[in-house]
Design a protein around this ligand. Sequence first.
Ligand code: SAH
Length: 242
Amino acid sequence: MNNSVLRASGDPMGAAIYDYHKNGKAAKLRVFSSQFDEDEIPVEDLFRSFEDMPELEQVALKAAQGRILDVGAGSGCHSIALTGMGKDVMAIDISPLSVQVMLERGVHARQVNFYDDSFNEKFDTILMLMNGTGIVGTLDKMPAFFKRIKQLLAPGGSLLIDSSDLKYLYEEEDGSFMIDLADDYYGQIDYQMQYKNIKGQSFDWLYVDFDTLSYYAEESGLKAELLYEGEHYDFLARVICP
Ligand code: SAH
């Protein structure tokens, strides 16, 4: 499992977040994938306030309690909203520029890779939002992911994580789904990002349906429950140690 952090020269999303923080605007944050056409992440969306957040995220923030860890926190939008609600939150991210921005915005942030087990504090809530399951990478890494979650959760604690079932991408006109079961799991996406002339390395980013997430949680001795279902195959799950 890769547990390193990024350097600023290979941190396109962090550079976009940094520009937006400094100047109130940013250039295009471009997203490439071997599976899709080129896309773009609107950088201002990464700075969304509680009111601008989708209901799924608002539900997650309201449910977060105790000592909270915001994993892959980006600009710190969720951490800032949680602090505003009087909650106790720490943020981690592999992006040096995002961590710098979070510190400047008053977030208690550290540049840490989620998989680095020299980081071994305990949290009552682990929050992973904006396709939080992305950090798992590929389905075969699900056991290692949940092992790490169990190390970080305090007794009685829970993971709040969102994802989307990408099966809709394979929907035929008659409503059936054309999925090749011999192929890799359909939610395994490779991405690469570019901001100005800064191009990041390609990485695996997993989207997973609730039943598959729940299956792997149970294999690890955990229990997943559906907290919220969005309108477009997206959902929020709570995973607990029963
Ligand atoms: N949660 C934020 C940002 C989502 S983008 C939001 O909703 O706006 C995903 C973030 O996860 C990026 O900032 C990326 O740098 C970070 N990230 C990716 N892999 C990580 C890892 N292994 N450990 C910590 N952060 C990671």
